[in-house]
Design a protein around this ligand. Structure first.
Ligand code: IMP
Length: 178
């Protein structure tokens, strides 16, 4: 299916399932190569990153813990410019390599809030993995250590990403048709 309709919006296929999974496996190999022998925790940012997290985790052959934070900066298809912490962190991150897992980085505001919280929990070795980055919208200065795809600043759904709550179950990534 190349086009789908969710409520009043039309989306077209942009990244196929196989292409995404190939990239996830590549990211997994890179994480393994660069972090062997370390105690790692994946910190997955809900809601959107749970699909990426599940696929990445099952492709990683290292000792790795997983934890979740829930942040929200989007309302519908727009960033509100403000982040809300819906589920915070409650683990001690000292002596762990923290790898933040994001589905998509847009302005980078969410990531900035996450990193502040992680530092406050004692982490010093922090890395970021994201499936998607919108470079034209990104205002942050941090380099993304493990990146899947750079994409245009159009709204996308699927593979965990939603339009007003729907579309997370799609296996491919779809972008909005203007
Ligand atoms: P940022 O704080 O502007 O970087 O936005 C990051 C968060 O906004 C992501 O974790 C997503 O939850 C959401 N987001 C940004 N762009 C999109 C999109 O194109 N589709 C769906 N969600 C998005």
């Amino acid at each position: 299916m190349n086009k789908i309709k969710i409520r009043d919006r039309i989306f077209e296929k942009f990244l196929g399932e196989e292409e995404i999974l190939r990239k996830v496996r590549e990211i997994a190999r890179k994480i393994e190569d660069e972090n062997r022998g370390k105690d790692i925790i994946f910190l997955s940012i809900l809601n959107g990153a749970y699909v990426f997290t599940a696929d990445l985790l099952r492709n990683i052959n290292l000792n790795v813990k997983v934890s979740f934070m829930k942040m929200s900066s989007y309302s519908g298809d727009k960033s509100t410019g403000e982040i809300r912490r819906l589920i915070g962190l409650n683990e001690d991150l000292r002596n762990l390599t923290v790898i933040v897992l994001e589905d998509i980085i847009d302005t980078g505001l969410t990531l900035e809030g996450v990193i502040d919280d992680i530092k406050a929990r004692g982490a010093t070795d922090i890395k970021v993995a994201a499936l998607l980055l919108k470079p034209d919208a990104y205002k942050g200065s941090r380099r993304i250590d493990y990146l899947g795809f750079e994409i245009p600043s159009d709204f996308v759904i699927g593979y965990g990403l939603d339009w007003d709550g729907f579309g997370r179950n799609l296996r491919s990534v779809y972008r909005i048709v203007k």
